[in-house]
Design a protein around this ligand. Structure first.
Ligand code: ZN
Length: 777
């Protein structure tokens, strides 16, 4: 137990000379300095305010694609015509395209640069990762020609393909070329895994295809990176150019197809009943309309049509195109009003996803569009689709999600909430990075972190008690506490991240949530975040543009925050180190001396009292004969005329206001805080008063700017404080909350009891959790 809870002192006003902290070492001058050269030099393309510059440009790539799905051998063949528009001021001599499927091919670096080891029990998937070498999955490029039909010279470097231009492509010009290709679709559930591929349903022998990264796609050429042609290794996702698409997808006639964009020929591919239901759905705003029912889908599962149908889709100003196809699909849709126009929210799912999907998916899509739009900009696309595909991945207007009940149709709350969370997340990706088009190959956090933050808000708007996995500050604590060797800054390339989810999703989401709730406040943050979203919608932002815009639009200097949360790995661990309690001394000289005498005689030992030295009467010394007389008659506890005089003069010099202060009976609490973790944060202090009330005071992080390791501050309070709590609402992700109380409060550490072989574990005195807690400062 602590012996002394609050040190009590009685001193005069002049005695309150709490001096400036004595610095024994250089402990400041880093955490609050401007990021300066760590950020890109502003230029005509990107301004110092974080907005696109007056000469901002970006490339455009328009595609016309014909693709045919072979359901018998799970392969596709396609041909595309790409029109690449060079809006840059630069002359280009070659173009780079992405062949992501080669990530699974024989030359892929992915298995080579992935560590592996053998364990006593291994999953098939892990072993397949070790044995992975196959040219079955490479993209086969059959031809590549310019618009005159002349073959073009190409060079394929694993997942990147360079097309050498016959003549340099000048600024403002465009180049049209076409490619024929094919590849075998992978089993994304049973074998290699990954984003695109098929899932086989063995019970009925049908396939469900989710087709993404399925065509040669233009890489991004930008003012900040040149060509983004970093190899695709699996984690760092995609960097893609905006453009317009017309895609004709040929599939078995009994398949249902969903895709990025608007279906151009519904009368040809839907039955007349389905077409009528579709038209009804476009007018229905309160609940989804089922366009292909479960019974109809189950009927189709039983046969395999030998006929074909071609579905035609058009999409404008998208950075990518994905599609899905299966005869197992149930399809429902409803209209959502957003910014004066209608968006079709819809879902495709097999019977295995019911009854969950029919009930929730499309409604969650609609909710997500509304929630995200309110924090950014009105969703600009005409459709938003959620597909049940037993995994989660996002593309413009369409995304693949999980959330399948058990075989008997029952499901747990965890499955239901997991499904709702993932649909919000993947639909939310339409905003980041599909529209606010950051470079995913370089920065996972720029889309996943921002999107996870938005997901948290949308989940809480869906249900105030939604069990969000990420967002609240205290949920990042286990990660922030982990071994330094397992941590790297958020500003780390996607491929170099060890704990992917915590680093690129949860930590940036938490940081943004802390900015909104604690550092900036909702009003300033929401305005600035919306400004960032609008400045960069349909454009390519970098981290600097985000950092700069949030400051530019709020007048909050956040360099310390970016430095600590995004460029560093230090955790928040702030302690209440000490509290001193002071009161103003307004006694008369007679009262003062009487009290001093009583105190002096009462406690001869006089040990370790927190009295200010000059208030304690000095014992006289009989060392000087010349003054002996004076000393022998001098009684230190007698009030002298000089004392009276000084007191009168002092009282006369006071204004009414000063007198009121002197007699105010104020309490002064001098609190000392230590920054143990390193990451500077605001001090949020809850004062619990003797009368049972409480109050929270917030001190900005800048309190730390002259001493980053320890600060002392006085809090004047009319009421008497009995307890101090630091960060009472768990807003800062403090990794050791046991030191956030004054007087200290010890929380028991839970230890498990188990039965069975193995004997006593961890029963030594050294493991006594109570002891551990007390040893912690
Ligand atoms: Zn995501």
């Amino acid at each position: 137990m602590l012996k002394k809870i609050i040190a009590i002192a009685a001193v005069g006003l002049a005695g309150m000379n709490y001096s400036f902290a004595q610095h024994t070492e250089q402990n400041h001058g880093y955490r609050f300095e401007q990021l300066g050269t760590m950020l890109r030099t502003p230029n005509v393309y990107r301004t110092a305010s974080g907005a696109p510059g007056h000469m901002y440009w970006q490339q455009q790539a328009n595609y016309v694609i014909d693709v045919e799905l072979n359901d018998d051998n799970q392969s596709i063949k396609g041909s595309e015509t790409v029109t690449y528009v060079n809006n840059s001021p630069d002359q280009l001599t070659y173009l780079w395209l992405q062949l992501d499927q080669n990530n699974r091919g024989k030359d892929s670096d992915t298995p080579k640069v992935t560590e592996s080891s053998i364990g006593p029990r291994m999953s098939m998937r892990a072993l397949e990762g070790i044995l992975w070498h196959s040219d079955d999955y490479d993209v086969k490029i059959h031809s590549i020609k310019d618009s005159n039909g002349t073959p073009l010279h190409i060079a394929i470097n694993k997942t990147m393909m360079r097309v050498d231009l016959p003549q340099p492509l000048k600024a403002g010009e465009s180049f049209t070329f076409s490619i024929d290709w094919s590849f075998n679709i992978t089993d994304r559930v049973g074998f290699i895994g990954g984003r695109p591929g098929y899932e086989l349903f063995p019970k009925d022998g049908n396939y469900l295809y989710t087709m993404s990264e399925w065509f040669p796609r233009m890489a991004v050429y930008s003012d900040f990176e040149g060509w983004q042609n970093k190899q695709f290794l699996g984690s760092g996702e995609f960097a893609l150019t905006f453009g317009n698409y017309e895609v004709r997808i040929t599939v078995p006639a009994d398949h249902m197809v969903g895709a990025t964009g608007v279906l151009q020929n519904p009368e040809q591919v839907l039955s007349s009943t389905e077409f009528e239901r579709w038209k009804r759905a476009t007018q229905t705003y309160d609940k989804p309309v089922i366009i292909r029912t479960q019974a109809e889908a189950e009927q189709l599962e039983k046969g395999k049509s030998k006929d074909k149908k071609t579905w035609i889709f058009k999409a404008e100003n998208v950075r990518d195109f994905a599609w899905t196809s299966s005869r197992k699909f149930i399809w429902d849709a409803m209209a959502v009003k957003l910014g004066g126009k209608d968006v079709m929210a819809m879902s495709y799912y097999a019977k295995e996803a019911n009854p969950l999907w029919e009930q929730y998916s499309t409604r969650v899509v609609a909710h997500t569009l509304k929630s995200y739009s309110s924090h950014t900009f009105d969703y600009p696309y005409p459709v938003a689709i959620s597909v049940e595909a037993s995994n989660g991945m996002e593309y413009p207007m369409i995304c693949f999600n999980y959330g399948r009940p058990d075989a008997d149709g029952t499901y747990s709350e965890a499955i239901k909430n997991g499904m709702i969370g993932v649909i919000i997340h993947e639909v939310g990706h339409n905003f980041f990075p599909m529209i606010v088009n950051s470079d995913e190959r370089q920065w996972t956090w720029m889309d996943e972190g921002l999107n996870t933050f938005m997901q948290y808000m949308a989940e809480q708007e869906w249900d105030r008690n939604f069990p969000s996995r990420r967002g609240p500050a205290h949920k990042i604590v286990p990660y922030m506490k982990s071994d330094k060797n397992l941590l790297e800054p958020i500003m780390t390339n996607s491929e170099n991240i060890i704990q992917f989810g915590p680093n690129a999703y949860a930590k940036p989401a938490t940081a943004l949530n802390i900015l909104r709730e604690t550092v900036m406040g909702r009003e300033l943050f929401d305005f600035a975040f919306r400004e960032y979203s609008r400045r960069w919608m349909f454009r390519h932002p970098t981290p600097d543009d985000l950092f700069r815009t949030l400051e530019d639009a709020s007048a909050v200097d956040l360099d310390w925050f970016w430095r600590g949360w995004f460029y560093g790995t230090e955790p928040v661990d702030i302690t209440i180190e000490n509290v001193n309690w002071y009161k103003l001394d307004n006694r008369t000289p007679a009262e003062k001396k009487a009290a001093a005498k009583a105190e002096f005689t009462r406690d001869e030992t006089n040990v370790s009292r927190d009295f200010n030295a000059k208030d304690v009467p000095q014992t006289y010394v009989e060392s000087d004969p010349a003054t002996k007389d004076f000393y022998t008659t001098y009684n230190p506890f007698t009030v002298t005329p000089e004392d009276e005089d000084a007191y009168k003069k002092f009282m006369a010099s006071l204004s009414e206001k000063e007198k009121a202060l002197l007699n105010s009976n104020m309490n002064f609490y001098e609190m000392t805080f230590k920054n143990v973790g390193g990451l500077v944060m605001p001090l949020i202090i809850e004062f619990h008063y003797a009368d049972g009330t409480s109050e929270i005071e917030r001190i900005p992080a800048e309190i730390w700017r002259k001493n980053e390791s320890e600060v002392t501050k006085v809090f004047p309070k009319q009421k008497e404080v009995v307890r101090f709590v630091l960060d009472p609402k768990r807003e800062t992700a403090d990794i050791d909350e046991s030191s956030n109380y004054w007087p200290r409060q010890y929380q028991p550490t839970r230890f498990e009891l188990f039965k069975g072989a193995g004997g006593v574990r961890g029963a030594s005195m050294g493991d006594n959790p109570m002891k551990k807690a007390q040893n912690k400062k």
